[in-house]
Every structure is written in structure tokens, then in C-alpha cells.
Design a protein around this ligand. Structure first.
Ligand code: FUC
Length: 713
């Protein structure tokens, strides 16, 4: 038996409170409400596990169950629930835990002298959710298993199987199947589910799917999912549990274990909700901060895997028929923030769904008949989009396409993958550059400006002769900093991409000339970075969006290393905006302050995030729950430890006094580097920089600039 497995077993069997695993979320009671349940996911199929003893509930989703079409926004839909009622009901010695090391949820308790255990995971290789229920005495499983549906599907049970098969009002066919595999005892189907009697152990397999096809050329629709999910279940049911488990753990760990983070303090022995409560009260808990960092990686692996759709506003986990903001893709911050950690925390595969979606949305945007999003060249779209490119009618969002293609550039910047650059990133960048080439207009002084933008999601309006900043105002205005900075970033990425490929020298020269004429960031009358072309910013404006600092993060036009005056102005802006805001807004501020190299302030914003915006299951809340803040946080912690956007590899650029000692391994940096760092008393003590081919790199560490030879990976 491996040491790890032994530790796990010891933990499950141990009395409550005896475990202090750094990578586990655990609780002494089942979840009462959805936001206390714990998530499992394989990128497309997701479950929220309540962990009840007499009554277990797994609310599940499959990421393609969407109302809407290529022309109607619709919304993401919950699929259904698995309910299990077990007798006996009285339980003691209870513990439920989500272990991020093997992406497995475990429930353990004692009832009527028997020790029960339940292990659940969602497998990417086998495309099924697996729940195995065991006991230390034979014949102990007695109960009923039901499958429910949120959309009036026909539910039928036969033998050991329950099927829920239905069609949404937009014509999308869908199906879920639950198979019950028993060892010992009996399983019988009835009108309302499957009854289990006297089983030694029970394994529940769940698969779900829809007729959605992620391809506009096929009209987004393919075959009925029945065959596909039946085959998955047939294949999975023939494999021993240990085989399913090993395949799942192997697949997951290949991604997850690439990065480790130790923030230097022994993890608390308290359950996660009690630790969180103490953290909210101001008690230091760096290990909880490290756990939240890794949770972001866990959640991205759980909701964004190759072949699927990108993680939406709630990842894939949603129980609402009318989810907040459609549980869609909002491109004026949220969708992009979801993917900030993908490249630096070594999960580039998880960004693949974003790239596929981007290609599809570009395609759909080009064939739309909606004049509001019809471009002469290139494309743009609305601010909130569904998987098929239809948008909420709230409004168009011209710089969204430029912001999204930044992720293609970053994929290349981190990996150095020239094939990807040539075939995917470069054509997509050029397409959007062409949009802006047609869109930009020259002011009388020759400066190029975007003619009609907005600064998400407010604007200066005149009321009784005075300018006030109004929430939600979308009056189109020229030269808004948000547009200008995103276009600068797009042009810069395009220029570097065409240089790297050695193509389109003439067009590149044109883009270089356009970039030189772009109206750049301006410093206003109170020392701030101007949000609008006119100097009308209100120092009392605490709006959640700080879009005019795009250039600081995720852009690279402003940096204390290259543009110190603008960086100082960005500080003025951030101080005026304040540290209090919605979940994702604070997560963005963590990234901003890290980019300003202010570790102490960054950590103060982390404290604000924990205090107000982290829920008991460690989901981030806007409110309501939105997963962008989880991913923005993970990205922010990375930015505190390693930056690579300003021409140097910068180790520990924003290390806070609260993390005097620690280590990180496996972070990725632009240029194809993989970096490990250890530190003590706030100073880097050891580092290792590796690359596919050994070469020299300029490193900034402990206030010094060094040339370091990267080792071979
Ligand atoms: C943008 C934000 C909101 C929310 C929504 C999903 O509209 O301004 O705060 O995050 O996206």
C-alpha cells in the first residue's frame, strides 16, 4: 500500500478533527444547502455532493444542456439529481471531505455499529460519475436510489438502470442514465427508483449527455445521446472499481500535480468551515490561502477539459433554472478571468475549450444577420454570449474579441508552440486586428481612437450641468481607455506573432504604425489613470470594474519596471477604487496589486476576499456564486510569486510579509520556462528554472538582475 493511500485510509477512519491534510476540504456535517455541497467534475459532467447519511443527494449538470440557439441567448440548465435514501439513519463519527490530491469526495460515518463509506469522483477517461458505497459488515446496504430531472423528462427504471430522457423546449434532446451495481444482496426496479436490499457494497454510475454538437457547421446538433451514454456505462460497468478509480486518479494527477504550493504554515486541524470562519475574523491561515489557490486549479480541471465547452460563469455547477446572468460567458471580464490561471499554473490543456468556443463564436458572429454585431472585417460580439455565439440583448461589446484572442497569444507565449501560433493563434489575431483597422478613427491631432466604446459597466453622464458616473450607462464614447488598451495589447501580440513566424512584414509595419498612433493611457488631474478620454474620473467612484487598468493586468502596457509613472498613476486609481467590491473584482485587484509589486497590499485584498466573498465550500461569491473569483484568485497568487510579462522572469515580485517562508514548484512563465522557488524570511533562497532547451534568461530576484542559464526540462 502506498504511504499516500495509507494516510487517506487513516484519515477516513480517524475520529473527527484528527486530520490536517493541506489539500483537503472537510466538514463534520453534511451540506444543508447547495452552496455547502462539494463539487466534482470531469470537464463536462459535474456533481454537487451533499454527503447526507440517511439521505444523499448529488445535484448534477452536463455542460451542454442549454436553452437558446445561435440567435437566442437561452440559459444554462441544471440536469437533475441523484437521491439515495439509506437505512439506518442515525449516524455518528461523521466526516465528509473533498481531497484535491485525487479529486475524490469521501463520506464516512458509523450507524448501528457499522462503518459506512462513500467515495465519489467524476472520471474524464471513462466519462461517468462513480459513487461507491461500502461498509465494514456484509449485507449492510438497504435503501432506495432515485434519479430526478429538472425538465419533465420521461423517467423509467428497469433492472438496475434508471433512464431520464427528454427534450428541452428548444428541441435539444438529452438523457441521463444511472446504473446500480451491487455486490451481494438484491437490486430491483420499481416505479420510483431502484431498491437495494442486503448489498455488501453498491456502485452507482451516472452518465448524462445531450444532442448538442460543438460545431456550427453541423447546426450545433448531432445524434441523440442515448447510444453514446449507454456505451459509456456499459464499458464502465465492466471495469472493476479499482480500475475506474486508477484511471481517474492517473488522468487527474497528470494535470494537478504539476504545481505544488507550500505557504509555510502547518495546516489547521479544524474543519474547513471553521477555519474559514476564523480566517474571516482575521486569524492568519496561509495554508488555507494555499488550499484556495489549488482549489482554483481543481475547479478548472473539473469544468474545462478538451472536447468540451469552456467553463461558464458557474464553471459547470448550477442548480438554478434561471441562473444568474444565464450562467453564460460574459466577456468584459468574467470569461477571461476564468482562464487566467490556465497557462501559468500549468493547465494549458484546460484552455482548449475556450479556443474551440472562440473559433465557433467568430464563425457565428460572421454569419449573424443582427446588424448590431455585423462587422465589415473581422468580428465582434455581445458582452454576454452562449456556447453558440448568441448574446444577451443587453449590449454589444466590441473589444471582447480582442480580449479573448489574447488567450491564444498567451498560449503561445507560455509554450513556444509555433504550430499552434501558425495554425490557430495567428489567423485569429489577424482577423481581429483587421476589425480594429477598419474601426479606429483619427482625431484631428492624428491620434487613433476607438470611436464608440464604453468602460464596463458605467459611464459619465451630464446631470444638471455636472458630470456624474452612472451605473450601467452604455453611451458610446470615443477613446475609452478600456478599448485603447485592449487594442494596444492586440496589436502588440499580433506584431510579435508575425515576427515569430516571419510572415506578413508589410502588414506588420502597418500595425506598428497604427499602434504608434493609438491614444495611450493618460494621467488625469488627480494623478489617476484616466478611465475616459476626457479627464472626468470621480475619485469617489468605487465601481467593481477597473477596466482602465487592463494595461496593468492582464495587459502589459503598464508596469513599474517599464512605465513607472503610469504604474504610480495606476496605484492612485486603485487606492481611489478601494479594496471592497464583488468577489471577482477583488480577485482582479489581487492581480493588479501583485503587478504593482506590493505584496502587503495584495495580501490585504486577499483578506477582504476571504472575509466577504468566500463561501463554506470555498466557492467565490459575487454574490451570487460565480466561479470567476476563484480563478482570479488563483491567478493573483501566481502573479505574487512569478511574473514574466515585462521582459524579465521576476521571482517573488509581490511576496507579502504574511508568507515569510514557503515554496512553489512547476509554475510556468512566458518563454517556455518552468520555475520552482523556495524562500525564507521573505527572500528567495533557491530557484530552478527549466526550459525545453537550455538557454539564458534574465531573472529579477531579491532586488537584483541576474542572467541565469535555464536547465533542460
Ligand atoms: C458583469 C459584471 C457583473 C457580473 C456579470 C456576470 O456584467 O459587471 O458584476 O459579474 O458580469
Amino acid at each position: 500500500m502506498t504511504t499516500k493511500l495509507m494516510a487517506l485510509l487513516l484519515c477516513v477512519g480517524a475520529s473527527v478533527g484528527a486530520c490536517a491534510e493541506p489539500l483537503t476540504l472537510w466538514y463534520e456535517q453534511p451540506a444543508k444547502k447547495w452552496l455547502e455541497a462539494l463539487p466534482v467534475g470531469n470537464g463536462s459532467l459535474g456533481g454537487m455532493i451533499f454527503g447526507g447519511t440517511a439521505s444523499e443527494r448529488v445535484q448534477f449538470n452536463e455542460q451542454t444542456l442549454w436553452f437558446g440557439s445561435e440567435t437566442e441567448m437561452g440559459s444554462y440548465q441544471p440536469f437533475g439529481d441523484v437521491f439515495i435514501e439509506w437505512t439506518p439513519s442515525e449516524a455518528t463519527d461523521y466526516r465528509r471531505a473533498l481531497d484535491l490530491r485525487d479529486a475524490t469526495h469521501r463520506v464516512g460515518y458509523r450507524a448501528s455499529g457499522t462503518r459506512f463509506q462513500r467515495e465519489t469522483f467524476c472520471s474524464y477517461p471513462d466519462q461517468v460519475l462513480v459513487m461507491r458505497c461500502t461498509a465494514d459488515k456484509p449485507g449492510s446496504h438497504l435503501g432506495k436510489i432515485r434519479l430526478t430531472d429538472m425538465h419533465k423528462a420521461k423517467i423509467s427504471a428497469a433492472g438496475n438502470k434508471i433512464t431520464a430522457s427528454g427534450t428541452l423546449t428548444n428541441g435539444l434532446a438529452y438523457e441521463a442514465q444511472l446504473w446500480v451495481l451491487n455486490e451481494g444482496g438484491q437490486v430491483t426496479a420499481g416505479a420510483d427508483g431502484i431498491t437495494v436490499t442486503g448489498a455488501d457494497s453498491v456502485t452507482v454510475l451516472l452518465a448524462a449527455g445531450t444532442a448538442f454538437v460543438n460545431n456550427p457547421l453541423q447546426g450545433w446538433r448531432g445524434e441523440h445521446p442515448h447510444q453514446r451514454i449507454t456505451q459509456r456505462l456499459e464499458a464502465a460497468s465492466k471495469k472493476p472499481f479499482a480500475q475506474l478509480r486508477d484511471a481517474h486518479v492517473g488522468d487527474y494527477q497528470k494535470l494537478f500535480s504539476r504545481v505544488s504550493l507550500d505557504l509555510g504554515a502547518a495546516p489547521s486541524k479544524l474543519p474547513t468551515d471553521q477555519r474559514l470562519a476564523a480566517r474571516k475574523e482575521g486569524k492568519a491561515d496561509p495554508a488555507l490561502e494555499a488550499l484556495l489557490f489549488q482549489y482554483g486549479r481543481y475547479l478548472l480541471i473539473g469544468s474545462s477539459r478538451p472536447g468540451g465547452l469552456p467553463a461558464n460563469l458557474q464553471g459547470i455547477w448550477n442548480a438554478d433554472l434561471k441562473p444568474a446572468w444565464y450562467s453564460g460567458y460574459t466577456t468584459d471580464i468574467n470569461t477571461e478571468m476564468n482562464y487566467w490561471p490556465a497557462e501559468p499554473t500549468a493547465l494549458p490543456e484546460c484552455a482548449q475549450p475556450l479556443f474551440d468556443w472562440l473559433r465557433n463564436v467568430a464563425f457565428a458572429s460572421k454569419r449573424t444577420t443582427d446588424p448590431r454585431v455585423t462587422a465589415k472585417r473581422g468580428w465582434f460580439n455581445y458582452s454576454t454570449i452562449n456556447p453558440m455565439g448568441a448574446g444577451s440583448k443587453w449590449g454589444v461589446h466590441k473589444p471582447g474579441s480582442a480580449w479573448l484572442v489574447q488567450h491564444l497569444w498567451e498560449h503561445y507565449a507560455f509554450s513556444g508552440d509555433k504550430d499552434f501560433l501558425r495554425t490557430v493563434a495567428y489567423p485569429a489575431l489577424k482577423d481581429v486586428v483587421e476589425f480594429w483597422e477598419t474601426e479606429l478613427v483619427a482625431r484631428p491631432d492624428g491620434k487613433l481612437v476607438s470611436p464608440g466604446g464604453w468602460s464596463p459597466e458605467h459611464g459619465p453622464v451630464e446631470v444638471k450641468g455636472k458630470i456624474v458616473i452612472k451605473e450601467g450607462d452604455r453611451t458610446p464614447r470615443p477613446g475609452v481607455s478600456y478599448d485603447q488598451q485592449i487594442v494596444w495589447d492586440l496589436f502588440s501580440n499580433y506584431i510579435e506573432a508575425s515576427e515569430a513566424l516571419g510572415v506578413d512584414a508589410d502588414y506588420r509595419a502597418k500595425v506598428v504604425a497604427m499602434r504608434a498612433k493609438l491614444l495611450g493611457p493618460q494621467i488625469g488631474k488627480w494623478g489617476q489613470v484616466q478611465e475616459w478620454m476626457e479627464d472626468v474620473d470621480d475619485p469617489q467612484d468605487h465601481h467593481r470594474h477597473t477596466s482602465h487598468l487592463f494595461a496593468l493586468h492582464p495587459g502589459r502596457q503598464i508596469s513599474p519596471l517599464t512605465t513607472p509613472e503610469l504604474a504610480a498613476a495606476a496605484k492612485v486609481t486603485l487606492n481611489a477604487r478601494g479594496d471592497k467590491a464583488t468577489g471577482w473584482s477583488k480577485a482582479w485587484k489581487i492581480n493588479f496589486w501583485a503587478r504593482l509589486h506590493d505584496g502587503e497590499r495584495t495580501h490585504k485584498v486577499i483578506s477582504e476576499l476571504f472575509k466577504v466573498s468566500i463561501l463554506d465550500n470555498l466557492f467565490d461569491t459575487h454574490p451570487p456564486f460565480q466561479m470567476d473569483g476563484n480563478w482570479g484568485y488563483t491567478s493573483g497568487v501566481t502573479e505574487m510569486l512569478l511574473q514574466s510579462h515585462a521582459g524579465v522572469l521576476h521571482l517573488l515580485p509581490a511576496l507579502p510579509p504574511a508568507w515569510p517562508e514557503g515554496s512553489v514548484t512547476g509554475l510556468r512563465a512566458r518563454g517556455g520556462f518552468v520555475v520552482d522557488i523556495a524562500w525564507k524570511d521573505g527572500k528567495a533562497t533557491r530557484w530552478r528554472i527549466a526550459a525545453a532547451e537550455p538557454r539564458e534568461v534574465i531573472v529579477r530576484v531579491n532586488g537584483e538582475i541576474k542572467t541565469v542559464r535555464a536547465e533542460k526540462l
